[in-house]
Design a protein around this ligand. Structure first.
Ligand SMILES: C[S@@+](CC[C@H](N)C(=O)[O-])C[C@H]1O[C@@H](n2cnc3c(N)ncnc32)[C@H](O)[C@@H]1O
Length: 194
């Protein structure tokens, strides 16, 4: 089953999944801890926002901030709207973000990156929409390649992720394991304009 179909099917029961408390909420908490180390954002983007759970918490923390959530699965966006997630919720992919350049202070993405078809293009798009000095917090699997042989979805390992950040114009400011050494939070900052 393609990732797209899987997430369309999962969308109606996603909020009730046991994985919310076991995994996703814990990853979100790590993202908020990292976000607490930077300036409060005026505009936030969640890439692969699913049903908008992280964005609802973001709205409680920063009620004045502009919020945008994008997800490739229409069903996920429909659920997010149904749950009264604040902000603009759009069906779109990381690789083609429907946002103007330099319009976002804080971009986040949780447990979605390993599904992106073109990861380098997704990171480049995020850097494009970040304002100078803005931050991207990516929390997702960073699996060593030998685990792919056991069925793990191929994605970038920690070193490849660092290199993808750096070559797209992000300085890696923080790298922290979340729950397991193979789920990694990486915060990158876009250079401030001179
Ligand atoms: C496991 S869910 C995580 C959702 C949410 N971020 C969370 O923490 O609960 C992965 C999400 O990534 C989305 N996704 C997959 N590929 C994507 C892409 N290329 N661009 C944007 N979203 C994508 C899926 O539709 C799905 O909603």
């Amino acid at each position: 089953m393609s990732g797209e179909t899987r997430f369309e099917r999962w969308s109606s029961s996603y909020e009730r999944s046991l994985l919310q408390s076991l995994l996703f909420d814990r990853v979100h908490r790590a993202v908020f801890a990292s976000a607490g180390r930077v300036e409060p954002p005026g505009a936030i983007l969640d890439v692969g926002c699913g049903t908008g759970r992280l964005l609802r918490e973001a709205h409680l923390r920063w009620p004045e901030a502009d919020i945008v959530g994008v997800d490739a699965a229409a069903g996920m966006i429909e659920q997010a709207r149904g749950l009264a997630t604040a902000g603009r919720l759009v069906v779109a992919t990381a690789e083609e973000l429907p946002l103007p350049s330099e319009s976002v202070d804080l971009a986040v993405s949780t447990m979605s990156f390993h599904h992106w078809t073109d990861k380098a293009a997704g990171i480049r798009e995020i850097v494009r929409v970040l304002r100078p000095g803005g931050n991207f917090i990516l929390a997702d699997h960073a699996t060593p390649h030998w685990l792919f042989l056991l069925g793990a979805t191929p994605t970038l390992n920690a070193e490849e992720r660092r290199s993808a950040f750096t070559s797209s114009g992000l300085t890696v400011m923080e790298e922290t394991p979340v729950l397991s050494r193979y789920i990694l939070l990486t915060r990158g900052q876009k250079a401030t304009a001179i």
